[in-house]
Ligand binder design. Structure first.
Ligand code: ADP
Ligand code: MG
Length: 609
């Protein structure tokens, strides 16, 4: 018998390795831009065709590569950034594994054009699925141009798993923001191109600037008034950057960025530290935004844990945790975001850096004599989030005609005639501010109040969209909203869908829009917040769940406008929900596919007794 073990050809090995490093267009962008930064570029221009699916191009003015290096760069474990294992413990570049280009070239068509300042001519190399298909000298500017086309053309499964363009673009922009936030001294531009109509949108153009300005350029002018500077230096770690005022907190997708030695990192443990410092000034479900930069000695941090390199381990996580909690609290206190007497401060450690020339001052105590712990002031941040959803309760149902439609399910749930409680209001009962309980023929029905209301509103919105009958509540004075460049490009795309839902939003100068009206049945006390929330949610929701963008937006608006949990409902409101729910086409599921109700059968109940 012959031996059966064989070495895999490079093309297969690289394709397997690529699975680790290259998951979607955003991973390609990250690797190419990081390489450009490592090459000392001061200008990086990015072009994305069809959210990177068709093409990703990165143009830099960095050091360029020699002919041999350009060829070698695509070999696995080929890197100019480390030489021996001890270098792993003092990494100063973003890349170091030498696997990115090999991985990208295994699953796409790649062209590189590169020229060093010392060379007359540059080199062009074409590679398709690891095979070099061409290598020629070319005229090209100093620096490097990488063009990656038809990502995953040879890995059908992966290509199929790519999400909608809006989700992929969001991933790309998330990656872009991380890098742009870590190099304020590099100018960037990113342009999105749609091949079907050759539409070209420059989403960002970021000049070289300081960190504060970079954040404003990325997140829109509205963030400006919310940024609080944080700066701490201890023997263990240097922390700088910005945290945001509680008003900038978000329920989901808060803008939270940590960087360690210039590299974006994910650090759930330290995230908890920041969130802990906000305890008491934010409702529990709200997350603060922050841009925090840690500087530690390179040998006290291990960035080698994961190939995508966002997970890191600090030597002394726990001490950094404590320092972070106390410094965030201090900043919040200093800007009077929290009442100045904060007893919890006593537990936190502060490790000052002592130099021989440091003058040590007596600690100062500031007492706010006007502070009255029993007084709730109007501008206490929490107030902002308590939106009385129920004030317009009746209006939620006006205009929605009951067509006397009683689907089968309704019959199922109608109560027996000899049940005297059945027809009275008392037949429904609210449990723990979350469920509506009601007696039905087959047992006890439990309805999730929020999901039920989402379903009701969702179908109502859809009907209105189809019949072009969405009512808009016009405001006397339009709200002018300044949005970020990426929000603007998304809004332009969704404009018609917003209008169909009952929004009346008109473009204004620059990155501003005017909100003249919001859907009549929505939470319209804060049109700006609602608009921002919808844009944000849209970017982050899987569109696969929905048949159209109309549906997706209707579902998101329903989620925003539905009654919340822990909201005590009157008998009348409960009745409304139960009644309306069973005139819905699909009462059993919420618009995002979660179960709305469950019946505890009589059999089950009787088994207990
Ligand atoms: P790593 O970045 O981990 O070293 P890569 O596969 O990303 O590995 O890149 C391999 C090598 O190719 C780099 O070490 C660098 O020498 C070279 N290289 C890649 N991109 C560029 C670029 N834009 N400009 C100059 N050199 C580059
Ligand atoms: Mg690299």
């Amino acid at each position: 018998m012959t031996d059966i073990i064989r070495l895999l050809p490079d093309s297969v090995a690289n394709q397997i390795a690529a699975g680790e490093v290259i998951q979607r267009p955003a991973s390609v962008l990250k690797e190419l831009v990081e390489n450009a930064i490592d090459a000392g570029a001061t200008t990086v221009d990015i072009y994305l065709k069809d959210a990177g699916r068709t093409q990703i191009q990165v143009i830099d003015n960095g050091c360029g590569m020699s002919e041999t290096d350009a060829r070698l760069a695509f070999e696995r474990h080929a890197t100019s950034k480390i030489r021996e294992s001890k270098d792993l413990f003092s990494i100063h570049t973003l890349g170091f594994r030498g696997e990115a280009l090999a991985s990208i070239a295994a699953v796409a068509n790649v062209q590189v054009r590169s020229k060093r300042s010392c060379d007359e001519l540059g080199t062009q190399i074409d590679i398709s699925a690891t095979q070099v298909t061409g290598q020629t000298p070319v005229q090209c500017p100093e620096g490097t141009i990488f063009t990656v086309s038809d990502l995953f053309f040879n890995v059908t499964v992966r290509r199929k798993f790519l999400k909608s363009d809006s989700i992929e673009l969001n991933h790309l922009l998330t990656e872009f923001k991380r890098i742009a936030l870590s190099c304020e001294n590099v100018s960037f531009s990113i342009t999105s191109i749609k091949t079907e109509n050759s539409n070209k949108t420059e989403i960002y153009r970021l000049p070289v600037s300081n960190l504060r300005q970079r954040i404003i350029n990325l997140f829109g002018v509205s963030i400006k008034q919310h940024l609080l500077n944080i700066e701490v230096e201890t023997t263990l770690v240097k922390i700088r950057g910005f945290i945001t005022k509680p008003e900038y907190a978000k329920k989901k997708y808060a803008d939270q960025f940590f960087f360690a030695n210039g590299r974006f990192i994910n650090h759930p443990y330290l995230r908890k530290a920041v969130e802990q410092a906000y305890t008491g000034i934010l409702p529990p479900e709200y997350k603060p935004g922050y841009f925090i930069y840690f500087e530690v000695p390179p040998d006290s941090i291990d960035i080698n844990i994961h190939p995508t390199k966002t997970e890191v381990k600090f030597e002394d996580d726990q001490a950094i945790f404590q320092i972070l909690v106390s410094s965030v609290k201090q900043v919040l206190g200093k800007f009077n975001v929290v009442p100045p007497i904060d007893f919890e401060m006593n537990h936190s450690i502060q490790i000052p850096v002592l130099r021989s020339d440091t003058k040590i001052n007596m600690p100062q105590i500031t007492v706010d004599h006007n502070y009255n712990p029993f007084e709730t002031s109007d501008d206490y941040p929490q107030k902002q989030y308590e939106r009385g959803q129920l004030q317009n309760w009746e209006s939620l149902y006006t205009g929605f005609e009951n067509e006397n439609r009683q689907p089968d399910l309704y019959k199922d749930t109608s109560v027996e005639e000899n049940d005297p409680m059945a027809t009275s209001v008392n037949a429904h009962f609210q449990l723990k501010g979350k469920y509506i309980l009601t007696s039905v023929k087959s047992g006890l029905m439990m309805i999730d109040q929020k999901r039920a209301h989402e379903r009701i509103l969702f179908e109502q919105y859809l009907i209105q969209m189809i019949h072009h009958s969405s009512a808009s509540q016009q405001s006397l004075f339009p709200d002018t909203v300044e949005i970020s460049p990426d929000e603007m490009s998304l809004w332009l795309e969704l404009q018609n869908d917003f209008t169909a839902l009952g929004f009346d939003i008109r473009p204004s100068a620059g990155l501003k829009v005017n909100i003249h009206g919001t859907p009549a049945d929505s939470d319209n006390k804060n049109p700006e917040a609602l608009f921002r929330k919808l844009l944000d949610d849209f970017r982050h929701t899987e569109s696969d769940l929905f048949e159209s963008r109309h549906e997706q937006l209707a579902a998101l608006l329903a989620q925003e406008s539905a009654i919340r949990y822990n909201q005590t409902l009157t008998a009348e409101e409960i009745n409304h929900i139960v009644e309306k729910l069973f005139t819905c086409a699909t009462p059993n599921y919420s618009p995002t596919g979660k179960p709305v109700m469950h019946i505890l059968s009589m059999d089950e109940i009787e088994r207990w007794f």
